[in-house]
Ligand binder design. Structure first.
Ligand SMILES: [Mg+2]
Length: 372
């Protein structure tokens, strides 16, 4: 019953393309004075809440990373240059990159402005070799847009995505069917799709460090310890990922959440946590160029009881202040003082048609976006 399908039977050709340090590279391309210098695209280090959206490779040498606070980035490299994001410019480049992809296939699933899966099993130009197609795409991006991308090529989305990260920047990595199992066995657990910080810690407490360790567990054991996503781990660790490249995937919601190392009991602490989560949500909204009308707050208590509260606006919002303030007001209505909170999450949804502000619909059909 739990038989894993043979990956060799459904031989697809999948490419994952990921632009290198995208926002920072566009800024360095358009502003020669930034070239060869450590720059950070993101929020200002003055004031609270500024975070790094993208750091140039020169800035990464100092240990600066995405989602780090801008203050911290400044401490790591005092001469780093902070640049305000120009999302309209990145969107424009993104459209051009997509046009390059479309020369080869229409099966394109964008993950953000700078990342996409391509299914080139039947490519438009009958090139046949996914490696050759990846090379041509990289070259076109270089020649026409003066930017570099890294590509991962394999027979499924998960392996292609991991592969694109291996030889960054300007990399190209192919992981063929005969190498997949060995590759997955040496992969650290935190690299597995959907394994966040908390799950990774739990795995390590169970002495599970790599794919090889995960492989020793049965599907039932994985489900027992990690819930229904355990079924996915069971397959993925064997290199099996049947997810299709979905060209028309609609983003239904964008959110982020945090599970705390200890239960929060002080409203002040909860508000600080919400501020941090709001920064991540806000960054993701910008990446997807979305404004949402509904803000949903999710709370999980120490007894695992979970509630959600939402508020809808008559117009779309994407700004940090409104998001964090709305989340805090929703929290306040739950009378949080003296309650033990294990998890907080904020989600923006309702990107489509206008809803009446008083219509408090619940968004039960939320599609979570995985963000590695
Ligand atoms: Mg990228």
């Amino acid at each position: 019953m739990n038989k894993v399908p043979d990956p060799n039977k459904t031989q697809r050709k999948i490419i994952h393309i990921d632009m290198d340090a995208f926002y920072a590279s566009v800024e360095q391309r358009d502003n020669p004075e930034y070239r060869g210098k450590p720059i950070v695209v993101g929020g200002s280090p003055q004031g609270r809440g500024g975070v790094v959206a993208t750091a140039s490779y020169e800035a990464r040498k100092f240990g600066i990373r995405s989602a780090m606070s801008s203050k911290k980035a400044m401490q790591l490299c005092p001469h780093v240059i902070f640049v305000r994001p120009r999302f309209a410019a990145y969107k424009e480049v993104s459209v051009k990159i997509r046009e390059i992809f479309q020369r080869y296939t229409d099966l394109i699933e964008p993950l953000s402005l700078d990342e996409a899966y391509l299914d080139v099993t039947n490519d438009k130009l009958n090139i046949g070799s996914a490696i050759e197609i990846a090379q041509q795409i990289k070259q076109a991006i270089k020649d026409e847009l003066q930017l570099t991308a890294s590509a991962g090529v394999s027979i499924n989305k998960f392996v292609a995505k991991i592969a694109s990260d291996i030889n960054k920047p300007d990399g190209l990595k192919f992981i063929g069917p005969s190498n997949i199992e060995a590759f997955m066995e040496q992969l650290p657990v935190e690299k597995f799709f959907g394994v966040g910080r908390v799950t990774a810690e739990k795995m390590k407490r169970m002495q599970l460090y790599t794919g090889a360790d995960l492989k020793k567990l049965t599907e039932a054991q994985l489900v027992l310890h990690f819930g229904k996503v355990g079924k996915f781990y069971y397959k993925i660790v064997r290199g099996v990922d049947d997810r299709e490249v979905q060209p028309h995937r609609e983003t239904k919601s964008v959110g982020a959440e945090d599970t705390f190392a200890y239960d929060l009991t002080e409203p002040d602490e909860m508000n600080v946590a919400l501020d941090k989560i709001a920064v991540i949500v806000c960054d993701r909204l910008h990446r997807y160029q979305l404004k949402g009308r509904t803000v949903t707050l999710k709370i999980k208590y120490s007894d695992f009881k979970q509630i959600t509260r939402n508020h809808s606006f008559g117009y779309g919002i994407a700004d940090l202040k409104t998001i964090s303030q709305t989340a805090k007001e929703l929290l306040l209505k739950t009378e949080p003082a003296d309650k033990k909170i294990r998890l907080l999450g904020i989600t923006l949804s309702n990107f489509g048609e206008i809803v009446h502000p008083l219509n408090k619909q619940n968004n039960s059909s939320q599609l979570e976006l995985f963000q590695e």
